[in-house]
Design a protein around this ligand. Structure first.
Ligand code: GDG
Length: 483
């Protein structure tokens, strides 16, 4: 029986060595949830890196990892520390990530790192080829593996290959600066279906294909060699019920069940009739617009001083890629800005920004979502942004306001949020005031529509639609041959 192989840079497992012993847990991220049913079906297998380098694993540990990983229907791609430095921290995060997020000034074009990127994509292909049989389906994920579709298709033309990009695809004018642009596009075109979060990313990709490779594009189909490659948008959703139900059970928590964080959040909310919490949650990444958000909040406090001592920005920034210099710089800048604003405005009973630089357990995340009357999500570029969707799913009383950057893919499906340009402080300050003063009926009207949409287009539905479309490409292939 044919099977589906899922491929992503990291496996949906957390693999750690603690006191010389292996500790493996399933990871609980959105992608793992969405792909669960695809993964569990038949002989499905998930291929990726375990998170431990070859140097960290002696023979014994390596055998143990393989045994445990196999039990979880996974297979690992062995990577050395050099691979991780040059392919992951290097080319993926110093070239593709900034370029695809329009950060030209952060983009490095380093030939050695490009070579490492190719080598590691080949390592992924080798493991796939060991596990694949004719007629299987492969679903490759994200920007670390853009060359993989071609590497598989060349060796196994009878496999159906899907690719999904989780980050933005940039406009032609940005992409054309990339030195290895033809090779990268050919790599992606090894797929039968290419999926993006939004129609705009899809359009940008098609434009690059037309202008760089001079291929014939009809609507959303590319004639490529003897095949047709289909391109489409599949906006990724969330595990709606998980967030909604967690928020519902929060409602009924007794005082003793509440976390310390929840009690502190309650203290603020109950301090006065018009006190509000404004929430922001992101990985500490320069694409997320964190410094701009703090500056805009400072601007807001100066423009509308009546909200001093009433509103508080609760900002959770999760450490990320801290080996990359730009991320270290961003951390310093954020620390400094928070210090400046808190120094400038704090009173004995009020600190304007509560800043957490850490990751929090899921329950605390729910504390934050459910306690905040406003979510302020202002990335300068973001493929989708799931935090915006999770916030809406947790608003079980249909109150709350989402302020969302129009530069996030999520804004395309969330018109009922207050959409802003994250570089426009004036607009941001005025929108914050609007959000704080928004009547309850209007909040509820907006949230209800958003919730309905998110509930319908969950992450499971996203995976289902992609797989359906991928299966349909088998029919397109046959039509072409029949012509
Ligand atoms: C990339 C693209 C695209 C965050 N802090 C904690 C925590 N989280 C969880 C959130 C959410 C996820 O992490 C973050 O997802 P985002 O979509 O917001 O952002 P990226 O990590 O940049 O993801 C993005 C996504 O891929 C999917 O395609 O939307 O555009 O950049 O689920 O809940 N979870 C826990 N503790 C935390 O402190 N437990």
């Amino acid at each position: 029986m044919n099977k589906t192989i899922i491929v992503s840079n990291r496996l949906p497992l957390q693999v750690k060595i603690e006191n010389n012993a292996l500790n493996i847990k399933p990871s609980v991220g959105g992608l793992a949830t969405g792909l669960k049913s695809v993964h569990e079906e038949g002989n499905g297998i998930w291929i990726g890196w375990s998170g431990l380098t070859e140097e960290e694993l002696d023979k014994d540990l390596s055998n143990q990892v393989n045994k445990e990983v196999t039990k979880a229907k996974c297979a690992t791609v062995p990577l050395t520390q050099d691979d991780v430095d040059n392919f992951y921290f290097g080319f993926s995060n110093k070239t593709l990530w900034p370029l695809f997020h329009y950060f030209m000034e952060y983009t490095e074009f380093d030939n050695d790192q490009w070579e490492a990127y190719k080598t590691v994509n080949q390592k992924f292909a080798d493991v796939i080829l060991e596990n694949i049989e004719d007629g299987d389906t492969v679903w490759v994920h994200d920007y670390q593996l853009l060359l993989l579709p071609k590497l598989i298709k060349d060796k196994k033309p009878n496999t159906t290959i899907g690719f999904f990009l989780h980050i933005p695809y940039p406009s032609y004018e940005i992409f054309r600066t990339f030195p290895w642009r033809e090779e990268l596009l050919h790599g992606m075109l090894g797929a039968d279906l290419l999926g993006f979060h939004t129609y705009d990313y899809e359009r940008h990709f098609l434009s690059s294909v037309k202008r760089i490779l001079r291929l014939d594009v009809q609507f959303n189909e590319i004639s490529y060699l003897d095949r047709v490659v289909k391109v489409d948008s599949f906006p990724m959703g969330i595990d709606y019920n998980k967030f909604h139900n967690a928020a519902l059970s929060h409602l009924n928590q007794s005082n003793t069940e509440k976390s310390e964080l929840q009690k502190r959040l309650d203290d603020h909310i109950q301090a006065g009739p018009d006190t509000k919490l404004i929430l922001s949650i992101d990985r500490m990444d320069y694409t997320k617009g964190i410094p701009n958000r703090i500056r805009a909040f400072e601007y807001f406090l100066n423009k509308y001083p009546q909200f001093k001592e009433k509103v508080r920005l609760v900002m959770l920034a999760v450490p990320s890629r801290s080996d990359v210099p730009q991320y270290q710089k961003l951390k310093r800048e954020t620390d400094e800005l928070v210090g400046r604003v808190n120094g400038e405005f704090s009173t004995v009973s009020w600190t304007p920004i509560w800043y957490f630089y850490r990751s929090m357990p899921f329950d605390n995340l729910i504390d934050l979502y459910t306690s905040s009357q406003i979510a302020l999500i202002t990335p300068v570029r973001d493929g989708m942004n799931l935090v915006a969707k999770e916030y809406i799913a947790t608003r079980v009383n249909q109150d709350g306001v989402l302020i969302l950057s129009e530069m996030a893919g999520a804004s395309k499906e969330m018109n009922e949020a207050l959409l802003i340009n994250p570089n426009n402080f004036e607009q941001l300050a005025d929108t914050l005031k609007h959000a704080i003063e928004m009547p309850a009926e209007e909040q509820s009207k907006r949230i209800k529509i958003l919730q309905k949409r998110l509930q319908r287009y969950s992450v499971e539905k996203w995976a289902e639609e992609f797989m359906k479309s991928l299966n349909d490409t088998k029919k397109i292939g046959k039509t072409i041959v029949a012509k």
